[in-house]
Design a protein around this ligand. Structure first.
Ligand code: URA
Ligand code: SF4
Length: 209
């Protein structure tokens, strides 16, 4: 895996990054996927939400968080008092990783591994440097792997805000659970899991003021 760096144009603005992304061959995930899914939301958002990778519907439509996890995220974001139209939304990995037993069969989500996260990270770094959000929320362990310290664990450290130095100076970071994890939570505990996500998003919103 060469990684995305050779494909990321230097000094590019967000539109130029978006235009270059389909050319990426930084890892093998581009080939079975339908298309790259770059980002959505406010190009100047003060809050950035970073997910894992596109899902089945995102891969088909080319837009992040438009499937079931996206609907849950939209609801949680609104409940946390965050205006999604002023939020930048992206993923740690820009192509859908999946397994499929035979062509035509349902595509099953496969979690990207550290190598995919590392390969794709130049895109994430470039877009965050351009958007320059004040607060960056990692949704789930994959996004945390891309942006948070190695010892970060969602179960242990979720909802905690901390300051990290980036190429654009000090920024506030947080990790929380992924909306898909809420959807996978057994029914008896799902409301609590959802409430936890909303509470963490509220904490992030409070930092924005
Ligand atoms: N899950 C993610 O992490 N990102 C998406 O875009 C959709 C589902
Ligand atoms: Fe490039 Fe990322 Fe797609 Fe891999 S997943 S090909 S690094 S855009």
């Amino acid at each position: 895996r060469p990684g995305a760096a050779p494909f990321v144009p230097e000094g590019a603005d967000l539109d130029a990054l978006r235009q270059a992304a389909p050319t990426c061959r930084g890892c093998e995930l581009w080939e079975p996927a339908t298309q790259v899914v770059f980002s959505a939301g406010a190009p100047d958002g003060r809050l950035a939400l970073v997910g894992e990778q596109p899902g089945d519907q995102e891969d088909r439509r080319g837009v992040p968080f438009v499937g079931p996890a996206g609907r849950l995220l939209q609801k949680a974001v609104a409940e946390a008092g965050i205006d999604l139209s002023t939020t930048y939304v992206t993923n740690a990995v820009k192509h859908f990783r999946f397994t499929q037993t035979a062509p035509g069969n349902r595509r099953i989500h496969a979690t990207p591994d550290q190598g995919h996260v590392t390969a794709c990270r130049p895109w994430l770094a470039a877009e965050l440097a351009v958007v320059d959000p004040d607060v960056i929320v990692c949704l789930g362990a994959t996004a945390a792997k891309a942006l948070l310290p190695k010892d970060f664990r969602v179960t242990k450290h979720r909802g905690q805000v901390f300051t990290l130095t980036t190429t654009r100076g000090e920024k506030t970071f947080m990790g929380t659970i992924h909306p898909s994890a809420v959807l996978r939570t057994p029914e008896t505990e799902r409301d609590a899991a959802y409430a936890g996500l909303v509470a963490d998003l509220r904490t992030a919103a409070a930092v924005l003021g």
